[in-house]
Ligand binder design. Structure first.
Ligand code: ATP
Ligand code: MG
Length: 213
Protein backbone atom coordinates (compact mmCIF):
# COMPACT_ATOMS: atom_id res chain seq x y z
CA UNK A 1 0.00 0.00 0.00
CA UNK A 2 1.22 3.45 -0.85
CA UNK A 3 0.48 6.54 1.22
CA UNK A 4 -1.19 9.66 -0.05
CA UNK A 5 0.44 13.05 -0.38
CA UNK A 6 -1.11 16.30 0.80
CA UNK A 7 0.68 19.50 -0.16
CA UNK A 8 -0.24 22.69 1.68
CA UNK A 9 0.42 25.76 -0.45
CA UNK A 10 -0.48 29.43 -0.56
CA UNK A 11 1.51 32.35 -1.88
CA UNK A 12 0.30 34.69 0.85
CA UNK A 13 2.54 34.56 3.92
CA UNK A 14 0.93 33.80 7.26
CA UNK A 15 -2.23 32.35 5.74
CA UNK A 16 -2.01 29.26 7.92
CA UNK A 17 -0.08 26.71 5.85
CA UNK A 18 2.00 25.42 8.73
CA UNK A 19 -0.96 25.52 11.12
CA UNK A 20 -3.02 23.49 8.65
CA UNK A 21 -0.20 21.00 8.03
CA UNK A 22 0.26 20.45 11.77
CA UNK A 23 -3.41 20.11 12.63
CA UNK A 24 -4.20 17.82 9.74
CA UNK A 25 -1.23 15.67 10.65
CA UNK A 26 -2.29 15.42 14.26
CA UNK A 27 -5.90 14.85 13.16
CA UNK A 28 -4.86 11.97 10.91
CA UNK A 29 -2.60 10.48 13.58
CA UNK A 30 -5.52 10.60 16.04
CA UNK A 31 -7.40 8.35 13.61
CA UNK A 32 -4.56 5.86 13.85
CA UNK A 33 -2.74 6.77 10.65
CA UNK A 34 0.99 6.98 10.19
CA UNK A 35 1.92 10.51 9.19
CA UNK A 36 5.12 11.95 7.72
CA UNK A 37 5.80 15.68 7.45
CA UNK A 38 8.08 17.27 4.88
CA UNK A 39 9.12 20.91 5.24
CA UNK A 40 10.08 22.70 2.03
CA UNK A 41 10.13 26.09 3.71
CA UNK A 42 13.61 27.41 4.58
CA UNK A 43 11.94 29.27 7.48
CA UNK A 44 11.62 25.78 8.95
CA UNK A 45 8.55 26.41 11.13
CA UNK A 46 7.21 22.89 10.69
CA UNK A 47 10.61 21.49 11.61
CA UNK A 48 10.72 23.64 14.74
CA UNK A 49 7.28 22.35 15.65
CA UNK A 50 8.32 18.76 15.13
CA UNK A 51 11.58 19.11 17.09
CA UNK A 52 9.67 20.75 19.96
CA UNK A 53 7.33 17.78 19.89
CA UNK A 54 10.23 15.32 19.92
CA UNK A 55 11.72 17.05 22.95
CA UNK A 56 8.61 17.59 25.03
CA UNK A 57 6.26 14.78 24.00
CA UNK A 58 8.44 12.00 22.54
CA UNK A 59 5.62 9.47 22.93
CA UNK A 60 3.49 11.52 20.55
CA UNK A 61 6.01 11.14 17.75
CA UNK A 62 5.44 7.42 17.42
CA UNK A 63 4.16 6.66 13.95
CA UNK A 64 5.36 10.06 12.75
CA UNK A 65 8.36 11.15 10.76
CA UNK A 66 9.85 14.43 9.64
CA UNK A 67 12.18 15.46 6.83
CA UNK A 68 13.22 18.61 5.04
CA UNK A 69 13.67 18.66 1.30
CA UNK A 70 14.73 20.95 -1.50
CA UNK A 71 12.06 22.01 -3.97
CA UNK A 72 13.43 19.63 -6.59
CA UNK A 73 14.18 16.74 -4.24
CA UNK A 74 10.60 16.42 -3.14
CA UNK A 75 9.54 13.65 -5.47
CA UNK A 76 12.36 11.40 -4.24
CA UNK A 77 11.69 12.24 -0.59
CA UNK A 78 7.97 11.63 -0.94
CA UNK A 79 8.44 8.34 -2.78
CA UNK A 80 10.49 7.01 0.14
CA UNK A 81 7.94 8.16 2.69
CA UNK A 82 4.79 6.92 0.99
CA UNK A 83 6.21 3.42 1.31
CA UNK A 84 6.04 3.67 5.11
CA UNK A 85 3.38 6.23 5.90
CA UNK A 86 -0.34 6.52 5.22
CA UNK A 87 -0.12 10.26 4.66
CA UNK A 88 2.75 12.54 3.73
CA UNK A 89 2.07 16.21 4.44
CA UNK A 90 4.23 18.73 2.61
CA UNK A 91 4.47 22.29 3.95
CA UNK A 92 5.71 24.89 1.48
CA UNK A 93 7.08 28.44 1.57
CA UNK A 94 4.84 31.44 0.79
CA UNK A 95 5.52 31.47 -2.93
CA UNK A 96 3.76 30.42 -6.10
CA UNK A 97 6.62 30.05 -8.55
CA UNK A 98 8.23 27.27 -10.52
CA UNK A 99 9.92 25.96 -7.33
CA UNK A 100 6.49 25.02 -6.05
CA UNK A 101 5.62 22.88 -9.03
CA UNK A 102 7.28 19.62 -8.00
CA UNK A 103 5.43 19.72 -4.65
CA UNK A 104 2.15 20.21 -6.50
CA UNK A 105 2.97 17.49 -9.00
CA UNK A 106 3.48 14.84 -6.30
CA UNK A 107 0.31 15.81 -4.42
CA UNK A 108 -2.84 13.72 -4.34
CA UNK A 109 -4.51 16.81 -2.90
CA UNK A 110 -3.34 20.42 -2.60
CA UNK A 111 -4.77 22.27 0.36
CA UNK A 112 -4.83 26.04 0.05
CA UNK A 113 -5.50 27.88 3.31
CA UNK A 114 -7.12 31.25 2.82
CA UNK A 115 -6.97 33.53 5.81
CA UNK A 116 -10.15 35.54 5.75
CA UNK A 117 -9.15 38.68 3.87
CA UNK A 118 -9.47 39.82 0.29
CA UNK A 119 -5.70 40.09 0.01
CA UNK A 120 -5.37 36.40 0.84
CA UNK A 121 -8.03 35.51 -1.64
CA UNK A 122 -6.29 37.51 -4.38
CA UNK A 123 -3.08 35.63 -3.68
CA UNK A 124 -4.89 32.31 -4.13
CA UNK A 125 -5.25 32.37 -7.89
CA UNK A 126 -1.54 31.86 -8.50
CA UNK A 127 -1.47 28.57 -6.60
CA UNK A 128 -4.72 27.35 -8.12
CA UNK A 129 -3.31 28.09 -11.55
CA UNK A 130 -0.11 26.18 -10.94
CA UNK A 131 -1.97 23.26 -9.36
CA UNK A 132 -4.23 23.02 -12.37
CA UNK A 133 -1.23 22.89 -14.67
CA UNK A 134 0.14 20.00 -12.61
CA UNK A 135 -3.24 18.23 -12.65
CA UNK A 136 -3.46 18.39 -8.88
CA UNK A 137 -6.84 18.52 -7.15
CA UNK A 138 -7.27 21.48 -4.81
CA UNK A 139 -9.27 22.23 -1.70
CA UNK A 140 -9.54 25.73 -0.24
CA UNK A 141 -9.70 25.90 3.54
CA UNK A 142 -10.90 29.13 5.07
CA UNK A 143 -8.73 30.06 8.04
CA UNK A 144 -9.05 32.57 10.88
CA UNK A 145 -12.75 32.82 10.20
CA UNK A 146 -14.82 35.14 12.37
CA UNK A 147 -18.45 34.13 12.51
CA UNK A 148 -20.96 36.84 11.85
CA UNK A 149 -18.60 39.38 10.29
CA UNK A 150 -19.29 41.16 7.05
CA UNK A 151 -15.73 40.51 5.87
CA UNK A 152 -16.07 36.78 6.53
CA UNK A 153 -19.26 36.60 4.52
CA UNK A 154 -17.79 38.69 1.67
CA UNK A 155 -14.64 36.63 1.37
CA UNK A 156 -16.53 33.34 1.60
CA UNK A 157 -18.84 34.56 -1.15
CA UNK A 158 -15.93 35.70 -3.35
CA UNK A 159 -14.21 32.34 -2.80
CA UNK A 160 -17.16 30.49 -4.30
CA UNK A 161 -16.49 32.37 -7.55
CA UNK A 162 -13.07 30.73 -7.84
CA UNK A 163 -12.59 27.53 -9.72
CA UNK A 164 -11.90 25.36 -6.67
CA UNK A 165 -13.63 23.24 -4.07
CA UNK A 166 -14.02 24.86 -0.67
CA UNK A 167 -13.93 22.77 2.50
CA UNK A 168 -17.14 23.00 4.49
CA UNK A 169 -15.06 23.26 7.64
CA UNK A 170 -12.97 26.33 8.24
CA UNK A 171 -10.65 27.07 11.14
CA UNK A 172 -11.85 29.95 13.26
CA UNK A 173 -9.52 32.55 14.66
CA UNK A 174 -8.55 30.89 17.96
CA UNK A 175 -5.58 31.43 20.23
CA UNK A 176 -5.35 27.67 20.77
CA UNK A 177 -4.06 27.21 17.20
CA UNK A 178 -1.15 29.54 17.84
CA UNK A 179 -0.51 28.26 21.37
CA UNK A 180 -0.48 24.58 20.48
CA UNK A 181 1.94 25.13 17.61
CA UNK A 182 4.51 26.59 19.99
CA UNK A 183 4.14 23.59 22.30
CA UNK A 184 4.79 21.03 19.58
CA UNK A 185 1.15 19.98 19.66
CA UNK A 186 -1.97 20.18 17.54
CA UNK A 187 -5.13 21.89 18.78
CA UNK A 188 -6.61 18.42 19.18
CA UNK A 189 -4.03 17.69 21.87
CA UNK A 190 -4.98 20.74 23.94
CA UNK A 191 -7.82 20.80 26.48
CA UNK A 192 -11.10 20.21 24.77
CA UNK A 193 -12.65 23.23 23.06
CA UNK A 194 -14.38 24.14 19.82
CA UNK A 195 -11.16 23.67 17.84
CA UNK A 196 -11.41 19.92 18.45
CA UNK A 197 -14.56 19.57 16.39
CA UNK A 198 -13.08 21.81 13.69
CA UNK A 199 -9.93 19.76 13.31
CA UNK A 200 -11.85 16.48 13.36
CA UNK A 201 -14.33 17.67 10.74
CA UNK A 202 -11.61 19.12 8.51
CA UNK A 203 -9.58 15.92 8.77
CA UNK A 204 -12.62 13.86 7.83
CA UNK A 205 -13.27 16.10 4.82
CA UNK A 206 -9.69 15.73 3.64
CA UNK A 207 -9.78 11.94 4.01
CA UNK A 208 -13.02 11.96 2.04
CA UNK A 209 -11.60 14.22 -0.69
CA UNK A 210 -8.60 11.90 -1.04
CA UNK A 211 -10.70 8.76 -1.23
CA UNK A 212 -12.76 10.35 -4.00
CA UNK A 213 -9.52 10.70 -5.93
N1 ATP B 1 -6.95 29.85 12.89
C1 ATP B 1 -6.01 30.54 13.54
N2 ATP B 1 -6.29 31.15 14.71
C2 ATP B 1 -5.32 31.85 15.36
N3 ATP B 1 -4.07 31.98 14.95
C3 ATP B 1 -3.72 31.40 13.79
C4 ATP B 1 -4.67 30.64 13.03
N4 ATP B 1 -4.02 30.17 11.91
C5 ATP B 1 -2.77 30.62 11.99
N5 ATP B 1 -2.56 31.35 13.10
C6 ATP B 1 -1.32 32.02 13.52
O1 ATP B 1 -0.94 32.90 12.46
C7 ATP B 1 0.46 32.85 12.25
C8 ATP B 1 0.72 32.38 10.81
O2 ATP B 1 0.27 31.04 10.67
P1 ATP B 1 1.15 29.95 9.92
O3 ATP B 1 2.55 30.02 10.38
O4 ATP B 1 0.44 28.67 10.00
O5 ATP B 1 1.04 30.54 8.44
P2 ATP B 1 1.93 30.12 7.19
O6 ATP B 1 1.06 30.27 6.00
O7 ATP B 1 2.57 28.83 7.40
O8 ATP B 1 3.03 31.28 7.20
P3 ATP B 1 4.33 31.35 6.25
O9 ATP B 1 3.82 31.83 4.93
O10 ATP B 1 5.21 32.34 6.94
O11 ATP B 1 4.91 29.97 6.19
C9 ATP B 1 1.01 31.92 13.29
O12 ATP B 1 1.43 32.68 14.39
C10 ATP B 1 -0.17 31.05 13.67
O13 ATP B 1 -0.07 30.57 14.98
MG1 MG C 1 4.58 28.25 7.23
Amino acid sequence: MSGQVITVAQQKGGSGKTTTAVNLGVGLAALGHRVAFVDLDPQGSLGRWFMTRVETHPERVEGMEFATSSAWGISYEVRKMTADFDYVIVDTPPKADSDLRPALRVADLVIVPVSVSHVDLWATEGVLDLAQRENAGTLLVMNRTRAGTRLGADVAQAATQMDAAIAETGMANRVVYAESLGLGLGALEMPKGPAHAEVQALTAEVVQALSNG
